[in-house]
Write a protein that binds this ligand. Structure first.
Ligand code: AHM
Ligand code: MG
Length: 341
């Protein structure tokens, strides 16, 4: 197997699958019940199903608009709706989590039903298909997920407090990138590992062990069409970087998972500042910013909003938006010096 660590190619005789990796890690924790591994197994299965469908876009009638709008007033793409259904079913049918919240559903879903008989303590927040406006043009999209332990008592109905936890309370977070290849990246707070799907046999193999973001970066990713209404501090930062240092290049796909995955491997800064159209920022705190922030921090980078560390924000509502800046520490620190001056 060939993998990459900090951009350097490494080779091993053994191919470790995601399943084997989960078992090995579960064995490290003596009191582990396997409950957490089951959640990752379910997400892995759903990711493979969505991947299958994404790869058929154009061949089957799956691209284009579904005709409905989600809670945020955005038109839902057919694949958004499909991905939502697949992930929710994978998580609910097995009763391995007690609740789920999705970008595509107005409120959280309490899976326990009337009997409250689900014993799992885990809840999942998910953006089933992020960057979906890219689907019709064959550009990479992704799934983003966040796993927490419920704070209310087992066996009682879930409350919004179970879902409105700070990002720092995440038990695990991950994303799936449906790109030139399909990659499943996740962290449990002990480093970040990435697994690439071999589509011929439907197995994810460890391809990116212990992902570490390079300390220096020269990429920045931002929708500069909104520049005129960015906060002054962000404008000055961008202007100064461009004028003072010729090393920077812009790379912006407009698909957050793809943009952050690239920056994670190569070093760089992703910015989604507030602007006139989106005064709070565009990205959703709970199932977009928090999971990506956890991953970026675990890879040695930083993630902040205009005012504070992303993982320290106390959420007040499920579909809350936040300004979002993340990347290698050096670039985030540089930006922060402008945000706080
Ligand atoms: P979505 O959740 O509706 O797909 O929107 C989120 C996407 C992100 O993937 C991406 O970073 C951002 O929207 C791009 O927004 P813009 O087109 O304003 O640059
Ligand atoms: Mg999204």
């Amino acid at each position: 197997m060939i993998w990459f660590v900090n951009g350097k190619q490494k080779q091993s005789k053994h191919m470790i699958t995601l399943g084997e990796f989960l078992i090995a890690n579960q064995q490290k924790h003596h009191h582990s019940t396997g409950e957490f591994s089951k959640v990752i197994h379910a997400l892995r299965l759903a990711a493979k199903m969505v991947n299958h469908k994404v790869n058929k876009a154009g061949l089957v009638d799956i691209i284009g608009k579904y005709g409905s709008v989600n809670i945020q007033g955005e038109s839902q793409q057919k694949l958004d709706v499909f991905a939502h259904k697949i992930f929710i079913e994978a998580l609910t049918n097995r009763k391995i989590v007690c609740g789920v919240a999705s970008e595509e559903a107005d409120d959280f879903i309490d899976i326990q039903g009337k009997e409250n008989d689900v014993e799992s303590k885990y809840i999942v927040l998910i953006d089933p298909l992020d960057g979906s406006s890219n689907i019709d043009v064959n550009v990479s999209v992704g799934t983003v997920f966040s796993i927490y332990k419920r704070v209310s008592k087992l066996g009682t109905p879930l409350t919004s407090a179970d879902f409105l936890q700070k990002g720092s309370a995440q038990v695990a977070a991950g994303y799936v990138l449906y790109g030139t290849s399909t990659v499943f990246v996740y962290t449990t707070g002990n480093g970040v590992n990435g697994f690439t799907l071999n589509p011929a046999i439907g197995t994810f193999y460890l391809s990116h062990p212990n992902i570490t973001i390079p300390s220096e970066g020269h990429l920045y990713s931002v929708n500069e069409a909104n520049f005129a209404s960015f906060p002054k501090s962000v404008k000055s930062f961008l202007k100064d970087q461009k004028e003072k240092d010729p090393k920077y290049s812009t790379r912006y796909i407009g698909s957050m998972v793809s943009d952050i995955h690239r920056n994670l491997l190569k070093g760089g800064l992703f910015l989604y500042p507030p602007n006139a159209k989106m005064p709070e920022g565009k990205l959703r705190l709970l199932y977009e910013c928090n999971p990506m922030a956890f991953i970026v921090e675990q890879a040695g980078g930083k993630a902040v909003s205009m005012h504070e560390r992303i993982l320290d924000i106390h959420p007040t509502h499920l579909h809350q938006r936040a300004s979002f800046f993340c990347g290698n520490s050096e670039m985030v620190d540089m930006l922060s010096s402008y945000l706080h001056s």
